[in-house]
Design a protein around this ligand. Structure first.
Ligand SMILES: [Zn+2]
Ligand SMILES: [Zn+2]
Length: 172
């Protein structure tokens, strides 16, 4: 898993600001702001990446904090309800969680061999989703797309040359 730590593009770290927003969310919903909840939220709001519950537990251990699994799950639920994180399913049999603020909308390519996750955004795809929704009389709310396959490195390892990407301007 690739974890990018803030700051993103030279800006100030987003983590503390998001943590404050989460505290506000808890208070507004009359939910206790506990140190344990803050610690769990701090891990996932402090960095970009796709975190499993195990990843979060490992990070907490590295920081010398002990938080029970139930608290980790409950905090992730609250973060998801607040809209600050989103759950992802990369076909691994467990969920991963990703911070929402501070990053543009994107989709994922998942390698079935090595588990690598590549993020991409595609303007044509974004236009298509609106057209498809319209075609079925839907008002588009949100969508997600996961493409499963074999990454170029794993194809090379298998002795199969990966298809060369189209030259810019070849297809428009
Ligand atoms: Zn791979
Ligand atoms: Zn992502």
């Amino acid at each position: 898993m690739v974890t990018q730590t803030d700051p993103v593009e030279g800006g100030p770290p987003l983590g503390p600001q998001l943590l404050e927003a989460f505290r506000r969310y808890l208070r507004e919903h009359n939910l206790p702001v506990t140190a344990q909840r803050e610690q769990v939220a701090g891990v996932i709001l402090g960095a970009r990446g796709h975190f499993s519950v195990e990843d979060i537990e490992r990070k907490l251990r590295e920081r010398g904090t002990h938080v029970g699994k139930a608290t980790v799950y409950r905090t992730l639920d609250l973060l998801a309800q607040s809209g600050m994180i989103t759950a992802r399913d990369f076909g691994e049999g467990f969920r991963r969680y990703e911070r929402v603020p501070g990053q543009p909308h994107h989709e994922h390519l998942i390698c079935l061999r090595c588990g690598k996750v590549i993020e991409f955004a595609n303007e044509r795809l974004e236009r298509m989703k609106a057209l498809i929704a319209e075609e079925y009389g839907f008002r588009h709310h949100h969508h997600r797309l996961e493409i499963f396959g074999t990454c170029p490195e794993c194809q090379l390892r298998d002795g199969v040359a990966p298809p060369s990407p189209p030259q810019p301007g070849q297809r428009s």
